[in-house]
Design a protein around this ligand. Structure first.
Ligand code: GAP
Length: 470
């Protein structure tokens, strides 16, 4: 849709990684044992951000619509599911090994990008790292294996799901029967997925355990194109209007025929201009009747739908928007991160949408004075049920403002010595750093107004510069 050049600035990812560690967004998994490749833990601030991303998606995709139902299905399913879905056969990536010095392992289809990123001469064919020869490609299945029960033989072998989608297909008839859903309608799910990626990387962009947010929208055959167009736009708009992602950093890319997954008749990626280049943020795919038909064949159960108005039976076609919380998490941080000079000092500010911010309001006593601390505590408690609040009395007030700027808290309420006399506090705005004096009695209302304005500002920021990039 829009094509601004991605900023070719890999060091920006390092800056985000270090912010994530320093402030408690993301930690390497099992860090005290040296970590484990491409697996991550989320700290207190990161957990809040993830929850807000999930809530926003669920509100937009399920709660605000009357044609989508939510379900939750198990991570381990009957292994025949993955035979029917084609994952046992087709969910593979081409793997090549370096025979030279570095012995690195690569995804063959990523080699060109890796060479480009390292600025190697056009036409290079060797290992992107050391130039050594590469083995021929062999197919590697990305699904993690496990065993059900105590005996580790092939009869007990199961898979950790690589997508949540199959849980929704195999429950199609259950949902139709119990919720009286009528086609067209969708089934949505949020849950963990696992992939033994050959070349994970770029921090949480490609990890081995991640959290998917997927929706299968069942429609009458022949209406696919119309719904495909609808969902592409609906999903694109979410990033701008609900998450405040800048439109000039987003585009929609239609897949070439050769790129399509085994189940897809058409797929578009919503891409983001990451510091390492344009990358897939979300996929919107036409899955046709592939999944329901193969499950029908393999299970022997009727998965057709009876249209009561037209009095016909058919197997619905499916449009599927799918994205991970983890990729959105990275996108949101990269997009919100700004550095600016204030009075000769550098200020780092995360311009997060107020509904994504880990905290919406920080309540800060000006100093460690007992009375101020007591007053600030009681204000914070009174706001807690309505807003996501934090209380903080460590370090100087300037440092606390900086800390909350860095984690994206849109508002800080400061309790000072005048408060004890005039029963008023100051509201400081993260983005403009302007301050407003407000009576404590009106505080909740004033914060509501400020957050409303912050939502509008976030939307305006998202749309800014968009038209000049088209
Ligand atoms: N059910 C469709 C499906 O799984 P996909 O394009 O393979 O499609 C969907 O994955 C989304 O999941 C991607 O658009 C991306 O947001 C996310 N995703 C895929 N692999 C990932 C990984 N290794 N780490 C983090 N997110 C990943």
């Amino acid at each position: 849709m829009h094509t601004s050049a991605p900023s070719d600035d890999r060091s920006r990812i390092d800056t985000i990684v270090s912010l994530c560690k320093r402030r408690g967004f993301v930690f390497p998994s099992s860090e005290i044992y040296g970590g484990i490749n491409a697996l991550y833990d989320f700290g207190p601030i990161g957990t809040r951000l993830r929850r807000n991303i999930r809530n926003s998606w669920w509100r937009y995709m399920v709660e605000s619509r009357d044609d989508v139902e939510g379900i939750e299905t198990s991570v381990i399913m009957n292994p025949r599911v993955w035979e029917a879905s084609g994952h046992v056969q087709n969910f593979t990536d081409p793997l090549v090994d370096c025979l030279g010095k570095c012995k690195k392992r690569w995804r063959e289809d990523h080699l060109e990008d890796e060479r480009r990123a390292r600025k190697l001469p056009e036409g290079s064919t060797g290992c992107p790292e050391c130039g050594g020869d590469l083995t021929p490609a062999r197919q590697f299945n990305l699904m993690f294996r496990s065993y059900l029960g105590p005996v580790e033989d092939s009869a007990a072998q199961v898979w950790l799901r690589p997508e949540t989608a199959q849980g929704m297909f195999v429950n199609f008839a259950n949902v139709v029967t119990t919720s009286r859903a009528r086609v067209p309608f969708g089934i949505a799910q949020i849950g963990k997925g696992f992939r033994n990626e050959i070349s994970p990387g770029n921090f949480i962009f490609r990890s081995r355990e991640f959290e998917l947010m997927e929706m299968e929208f069942f429609c009458e055959p022949g209406t696919d194109d119309e719904w495909y167009a609808f969902w592409k736009k609906y999903r694109f708009d979410w990033y701008l209007d609900e998450l405040g992602i800048q439109e000039s950093h987003l585009r929609i890319r239609e897949h070439e025929k050769a790129e399509l997954s085994h189940y897809s008749s058409g797929t578009s990626d919503i891409e983001y201009a990451f510091p390492f280049g344009w990358g897939e943020l979300e996929g919107v795919a036409c899955r046709t009747d592939y999944d329901l038909t193969t499950h029908q064949k393999m299970s022997g159960k009727d998965l057709s739908y009876f249209d009561p108005k037209k009095e016909i039976h058919y197997v619905p076609h499916v449009i599927e928007p799918a994205v991970s919380v983890d990729r959105i998490f990275l996108t949101v941080l990269v997009d919100a991160y700004e550095e600016e000079q204030v009075n000769g000092e550098e200020r780092v500010v995360l311009r997060l949408h107020p509904d994504l911010a880990p905290y919406q309001v920080a309540v800060l006593p000006l100093s460690k004075n007992e009375q101020l601390m007591q007053e600030a505590h009681s204000i914070e408690k009174s706001l807690r049920g309505t807003f996501a609040t934090a209380y903080d009395d460590t370090q100087s007030i300037g440092k606390r403002y900086r800390r909350h700027d860095e984690i994206g808290t849109p508002l800080a309420v400061t309790v000072d010595f005048d408060t004890l006399v005039d029963h008023a506090v100051t509201i400081r705005n993260r983005d403009t750093m302007t301050q407003d004096r407000v009576a404590i009695a009106d505080l909740s209302h004033a914060i509501g107004d400020h957050l409303g304005r912050a939502r509008r500002d976030s939307r305006a920021r998202a749309h800014r510069n968009a038209s000049s990039q088209q």
